[in-house]
Design a binder for this molecule. Structure first.
Ligand SMILES: Cc1ncc(COP(=O)(O)O)c(C=O)c1O
Length: 389
C-alpha cells in the first residue's frame, strides 16, 4: 500500500547520512549506507498531522500533555502486551541525551558502566563523558549460532568491578540480535542481585523479523523493576530529526532522580515532535507493517547477493534494519577493504571498528534504502572484491 521504492533526493538537506559523506569517506560519491535513518519519507499519516499543526501557526511553549503519554502507553499495550503507567513515562529529546543524563544522575559507587561490544559506539562516549569508566562484556560470536551474550563474563565483571550500570542494547545494534526472554531474565537476575542498574536502549524494538520483541522491563516479576527503558518512534517512523524520545522508569526513586537531572537542561520535545509521535503511534501502524515487509525483502535481496561474494559473511538481522558484515574472509587489511568499498564500489558502509571490541574487519550495512540502490551498492561490492572495479 505504501511506496518505499520511490527515491527522494536527500542531498543538500543537511542530512548527516548524505551531506557528510565527504567528511567520513573522503568522497561524496558513495551510496550512503551508514547512519541509521531511512531514505524514505515518514508515514503519510504523520506528515498530515504535522501539516495540520503547522497550519495552526502558533508554536509557543508546549508541554507533553496526557494524550501523548496515552499514545505511548497504548502502543506498548497493543504491540507488546506491556501495561505501563503514564507516570512512568518521561519525555526526552533523544535516547542518547536520556542515557547521558541517566548515567550522570544515578551513578553511585564505582563510577563504572558495563557495555557489550561490538555496540552502538555513542555508548562509549556516554559513559566517559558522564565521568564513568567503561567495563567491557563483549558479545561472543559462535560460528553455528551467531552472537550470544557472555553471561559468565558478565557475572565475573560484576563481581570484580561492581559497576553501577549495564548499558543494554535490545535489539542489538549492530549485530541484529533480538534477545530471547531467557537471555533477558538471566541478564536481569545477574544485575539485580548485585544492584546494577540496567539502562535498556530499545530504540530498535519495533524492527523485528519473524521474531517477537520483548521489552526487558515487561517480563520482570516485580511492580517497579530498577530498569530504565529508553525508546522512541524515531527509527520506527523515520523521524529522528524531529527529536522525540522517552524513558520508561517504573521505580519511583530512580524516576525522581532522573527527572531532577533533566530540569533546566533537557527541554520538552517541541509541538511538532510531539504531534509526530502521537500520529505515528495512533495512526501509523499499517505503514510500519509495510515498512517491515519492505525491509524483510531487502534483507532477502541483500542476502542473495552477499552469498555470492567470496570471503564476506552476513549476520542475519533478527531485528534492526542493520546488517553486520564480516569481511575477514577476504584476507584484506581494513585499509584495503575500505579502498574497495568507498573508492571502487562507492558503497558507504560504516566501519565495524567504530563499534569497539569485535568490530575489526566488520562493516555495518544500513538496509533502509530503496531496493534498487541497495542492490546496486552490493553488486558493486561484489565486483570490486573480484577485481572488476
Ligand atoms: C541503539 C541506538 N540508540 C540510540 C540511537 C540514537 O538515538 P537518539 O537519536 O534518540 O539519541 C541510535 C541511533 O542510531 C541507536 O542505534
Amino acid at each position: 500500500m505504501y511506496d518505499f521504492d520511490r527515491e527522494v533526493d536527500r542531498r543538500n538537506t543537511n542530512s548527516i547520512k548524505w551531506d557528510k559523506r565527504e567528511e567520513v569517506f573522503n568522497t561524496a560519491d558513495v551510496i550512503p549506507l551508514w547512519v541509521a535513518d531511512a531514505d524514505w519519507p515518514t508515514a503519510p499519516e504523520v506528515i498530515e498531522a504535522l501539516q495540520q499543526r503547522v497550519d495552526h501557526g502558533v508554536f509557543g511553549y508546549t508541554f507533553a500533555g496526557e494524550e501523548y503519554k496515552k499514545a505511548v502507553q497504548d502502543w506498548y499495550e497493543r504491540r507488546y502486551g506491556w501495561r505501563i503507567r503514564k507516570d512512568w513515562i518521561v519525555f526526552l529529546n533523544g535516547v542518547m541525551p536520556g542515557m547521558h543524563l541517566a548515567l550522570r544522575s544515578l551513578k553511585k559507587n564505582s563510577f563504572k558502566a558495563l557495555i557489550q561490544p561490538p555496540v552502538y559506539f555513542p555508548f562509549f562516549k556516554a559513559v566517559r563523558k558522564s565521568g564513568l569508566k567503561v567495563v567491557e562484556n563483549p558479545l561472543q560470536y559462535k560460528e553455528d549460532s551467531g552472537y550470544i551474550l557472555d553471561l559468565d563474563d558478565l557475572s565475573a565483571k560484576i563481581n570484580n568491578q561492581s559497576p553501577d550500570f549495564l548499558l543494554f542494547c535490545s535489539p542489538h545494534n549492530p549485530v541484529g540480535r533480538v534477545w530471547e526472554k531467557e537471555e533477558l531474565l538471566a541478564v536481569y537476575e545477574i544485575c539485580q542481585k548485585n544492584g546494577v542498574i540496567i539502562i535498556s536502549d530499545e530504540i530498535h524494538g519495533d524492527f523485528v523479523f519473524n521474531k517477537n520483541f520483548t521489552p526487558l522491563a515487561s517480563i520482570i516479576p516485580k511492580d517497579q523493576p530498577e530498569i530504565i527503558t529508553l525508546s522512541s518512534p524515531s527509527k520506527s517512523f523515520n523521524i529522528a530529526g524531529l527529536q522525540v524520545a522517552y524513558a520508561i522508569i517504573p521505580e519511583v526513586g530512580l524516576r525522581r532522580s532522573f527527572k531532577n537531572s533533566l530540569t533546566g537542561i533537557m527541554p520538552h520535545p517541541g509541538p511538532l515532535a510531539l504531534e509526530a509521535l502521537r500520529a505515528a503511534y495512533r495512526e501509523g501502524e499499517d505503514w510500519l507493517e509495510d515498512q517491515l515487509q519492505y525491509l524483510r525483502d531487502n534483507i532477502r535481496a541483500a542476502r542473495e547477493i552477499i552469498a555470492e561474494i567470496p570471503g564476506v559473511k552476513a549476520a542475519e538481522p533478527e531485528g534492526t534494519y542493520l546488517m553486520w558484515l564480516d569481511f575477514s574472509g577476504t584476507g584484506l587489511k581494513e585499509k584495503e577493504i575500505e579502498d574497495k568499498l568507498y573508492h571502487r564500489a562507492r558503497a558507504g558502509l560504516q566501519p565495524g571498528r567504530w563499534f569497539g571490541t569485535g568490530g575489526s574487519k566488520f562493516y555495518r550495512l544500513n538496509l533502509a534504502t530503496s531496493r534498487k540502490r541497495l542492490r546496486k551498492a552490493l553488486k558493486n561490492i561484489a565486483e570490486s572484491l573480484s577485481g572488476g572495479l
